[in-house]
Design a protein around this ligand. Structure first.
Ligand code: AMP
Ligand code: MN
Ligand code: MN
Length: 312
């Protein structure tokens, strides 16, 4: 059920033992928003714990309290009176879904949020879930410590491509400005987020070598097979290498994660790629979306290029 911002805040006020989670393949917004909310709820005297059912990109391990994030072990249960799901609909949280039967509070900014379980507060115009959590701190009267601010700024910065993407709005800068006043060091966060291993940069070269252009230059794609992916901790930002090509409206990258499991990332300048992703079982935003295709890399290419062609 859709609820208002104030109702979402009330649900958090009423809860005492909160299990917090976010999507698998977690990004800066997923980790930043969960860690910030955990600290905020603890500051209110509640018990709060973050579980993420996936590995987390190394760059994000520097965030305050990162070491407290847990991954559920087989069949593990957690005593909670609220399951707080951030930055995704409830279908992308892996085995955390099985840890508790507590009511769900879902806070998100994805226009494609399926709204299929529990209470949902969704704000599609928010640049990041961290932008919503910042407002929530005000509503809950929680003081934003430098540690909380660092988590929130990281989510805000990474989801907006460091304030470059179309989701960046006046409120995003205002929030960032207030977070800097709370003690964030933007240059340090930028440096930490842009760090890459040599293996990752070499995988970038492999990705660029695979570049293909479709539909007379309107679409560009890159392909990473399983052996390449096995040497690569993260492909974060790879797609930005080709998003910038003159005349390209839709850029995509397909990476083979295991046999017949291909992960798709899309970026666009005009076409609504959230619709393309939705059609293929995924989701996201108008200009940044993704899905997983359960087939070979070659087949995934055919399916995706056809779906993008229809949307052009
Ligand atoms: P990415 O290309 O991984 O950065 O994802 C771009 C956007 O699409 C992010 O906001 C993701 O949360 C969203 N997204 C990616 N994959 C999926 C999926 N399988 N289902 C729903 N949303 C997705
Ligand atoms: Mn995310
Ligand atoms: Mn997000």
């Amino acid at each position: 059920m859709l609820i208002t911002f104030k109702q979402a805040a009330s649900k958090l006020k009423a809860a005492n033992k909160i299990l917090i989670t976010a999507h698998i393949l977690p990004d800066g917004d997923a980790i930043g928003s969960t860690l910030a909310t955990m600290q905020m709820l603890r500051a209110l005297g509640k018990s709060a714990q973050v579980f993420i059912d996936d590995d987390v990109r190394k760059n994000l391990h520097v965030l305050p309290h990162f070491e407290e994030i847990r991954r559920p072990v087989d069949g593990e249960k957690f005593d909670a009176d609220l399951l707080l799901i951030l930055d995704t609909s409830p279908d992308r949280i892996g085995n955390v879904a099985k840890m508790t039967d507590a009511p769900i509070l879902n806070i998100d900014h994805h226009v494609t949020n399926k709204n299929d379980a529990g209470d949902l507060y969704v704000e599609p115009d928010a640049a990041a879930t961290c932008e919503i959590i910042f407002k929530l701190a005000g509503e809950l009267n929680v003081k934003i410590t430098p540690e909380i601010a660092t988590c929130l700024y990281t989510g805000l910065a990474t989801d907006t491509g460091f304030f470059q993407f179309s989701n960046t709005r006046a409120e995003t800068f205002k929030t960032a400005s207030e977070l800097v006043n709370c003690g964030v060091k933007p240059n340090i966060i930028s440096e930490q987020m842009e760090r890459r291993s040599a293996a990752e940069v070499l995988s970038m070269r492999t990705a660029l070598n695979s570049l293909k252009i479709f539909y007379g230059g309107k679409v560009a794609g890159m392909f990473l097979d399983l052996p390449t992916m096995q040497n690569c901790d993260s492909t974060e930002g790879f797609i930005d290498l080709i998003r910038v090509i003159d005349g390209v409206d839709v850029a995509f990258m397909i990476s083979e994660r295991s046999e017949k499991v291909c992960r798709v990332s899309m970026r666009s300048k005009g076409v609504d790629v959230s619709k393309v992703a939705n059609e293929l079982g995924g989701g996201g935003h108008i200009r940044a979306a993704g899905c997983t295709l359960y087939t070979t890399l070659d087949d995934a290419e055919k399916i995706l290029v056809a779906a993008i062609g229809k949307a052009l």
